[in-house]
Ligand binder design. Structure first.
Ligand SMILES: Nc1ncnc2c1ncn2[C@@H]1O[C@H](COP(=O)(O)OP(=O)(O)OP(=O)(O)O)[C@@H](O)[C@H]1O
Length: 446
């Protein structure tokens, strides 16, 4: 359960009785006494509830208060104001636009605590609802196989925690996409998502790229630089190919995981950074530990929550749907005469083993859309061969193809009218819309 953290912003001189009262209750209070500090705190922390205590009317601050409140996006704000401030129409507008509720001085602290409790409850409800929506909308993970369903449900579970996640899977299988989905479904979704391929940065640069450096710390360091971990503050850092991280940096990363602090190269001061680590590797890290290439203690630290993205050949049932998805992506906003995949193309895709996984499928579809001269993409357009007997496809694929053909033929007959087509096919309009979505068939009028 999330701790009941609250930002208490007190503006103007006066006692901070509200803050003291909340500290005495079960609130974890973070305090600010000016708008600049409040914005900084809000930039790197997420609060479900914030309270603004105005000790004197502040008509000249209304615009800045509004900007600060709007920057805190999903927080519920409760105000405690001097009664005279309500005389200003602009201030009343601010309350209506930006506040969950307000009290006036002298404030009944018990009553205020109850209001804050209600605001917290409401924010929790909305956060849960938003998270669920974001999960569904933003996972971007196409596929209906049991393996991908399991992965999606595991992502939702690990997303709500703060522990490191280790994602395994072959190259191109969707590890980065899974890391993005974890971030999108987590309470950190409004923070940054920074992806780093540890194998793609030269060993001489990777230390300063990840941890940053101070000015003059080495030849060429003419200015200070924030590292990628620091940039991920408030969000998630995705360390791809973690097995390629040089051993001395594995030590620095372990320290970051344990203490949440980093030192830039050449720095004496230590920086506190709140970034969640999601790491991925296509090599077996346990083996890398046995061969002495990967620190055992770092491996155990990372290996708490693990996800395995299945290879595409282990979920062949997803191939037609992924191919349709990529075909739509490649033809969106473009005039094209290509209408989809031939039966032979789907059979060839189903028979192929996809060593480069989903990335290879995307590349082949992209190439086919550009290269084909026909209306239906052929195995040749995809760079795949049809072997003898290969056009005999499984029942699921046959059903998928028959479904798509039936819809296309009906549309051609009834002039792309959804109501008429649904009636002819003997299904509801909603079912037809779902099937059109599944097969990438655009609607006309109706
Ligand atoms: N289930 C999926 N639905 C839609 N697109 C997918 C899916 N899985 C992967 N992709 C797409 O395939 C491509 C490769 O995926 P991604 O980069 O996540 O793989 P990876 O495992 O991280 O690869 P590497 O190991 O080479 O870094 C991306 O364009 C990604 O958007």
């Amino acid at each position: 359960m999330q701790s009941r953290k609250i930002l208490c912003l007190t503006l103007g001189n006066g006692p901070s009785a509200v803050e003291e009262h909340l500290r005495g209750q079960d609130w974890e209070v973070v305090s600010a006494t000016d708008l600049g500090t409040a914005r900084q705190i809000l930039g790197s922390n997420h609060f479900l509830v914030c309270v603004l205590v105005l000790n004197q009317p502040a008509p000249d601050l209304i615009a800045r208060i509004e900007a600060c409140l709007k920057a805190s996006k999903s927080s519920e704000w409760v105000g405690v104001f001097p009664p005279q401030s309500l005389e200003s129409p602009a201030f009343r507008g601010l309350i209506l636009d930006c506040f969950f509720d307000y009290h006036t001085h002298p404030v009944d602290l018990g009553y205020l605590a109850r209001t804050l409790g209600h605001a917290y409850g409401r924010a929790t409800l909305r956060e849960g609802h938003d998270l669920q929506q974001r999960c569904i909308e933003h996972m971007g993970m196409v596929g209906q196989s049991a393996a991908i369903d399991l992965l999606r449900s595991q992502i939702k579970k690990v997303a709500v925690t703060n522990a490191p996640v280790l994602i395994g899977g072959e190259s191109g299988s969707g590890k980065e996409l899974a890391a993005q989905a974890i971030h999108q479904c987590s309470p950190r979704a409004s923070g940054p998502f920074i992806a780093v391929n540890c194998g793609a940065i030269s060993p001489s640069l990777i230390h300063s790229e990840l941890f940053g450096h101070e000015r003059g710390s080495f030849t060429g360091a003419s200015t200070e630089k924030r590292g990628l971990i620091e940039m991920a503050n408030g969000g998630t850092i995705f360390l791809d190919e973690i097995g390629d991280l040089p051993r001395e940096l594995q030590t620095n990363l372990l320290r970051f995981l344990q203490e949440k602090t980093i030192n830039r190269v050449g720095a004496t001061r230590t920086l506190q950074v709140d970034a969640r680590v999601v790491a991925a590797s296509h090599v077996d890290l346990a083996e890398a530990v046995s061969s002495g290439h990967f620190r055992e203690d770092l491996f155990y630290r990372l290996n708490v929550l693990t996800l395995a993205v299945p290879a595409l050949r282990e979920r062949k049932g997803d191939v037609p749907m992924l191919a349709q998805h990529f075909y739509r992506r490649c033809t969106a906003d473009k005039k094209t005469r290509v209408e989809g995949f031939s039966k032979q193309a789907i059979a060839a895709m189903m028979a192929y083993d996809w060593p480069g996984n989903v990335r290879e499928l995307f590349n082949r579809v992209q190439r086919a859309v550009v290269m084909t001269d026909r209306r239906m993409i052929t195995p040749l357009d995809l760079g795949l061969t049809v072997e003898e007997g290969q056009s005999s496809i499984g029942l699921d694929t046959a059903r998928t193809i028959a479904e798509r053909d039936a819809i296309s033929i009906t549309f051609n007959r009834v002039g792309r009218n959804v109501t008429h087509a649904a009636r002819e096919l003997g299904i509801s309009r909603m079912t037809l819309y779902r099937l059109m979505e599944k097969h990438g068939i655009a609607s006309g009028a109706g």
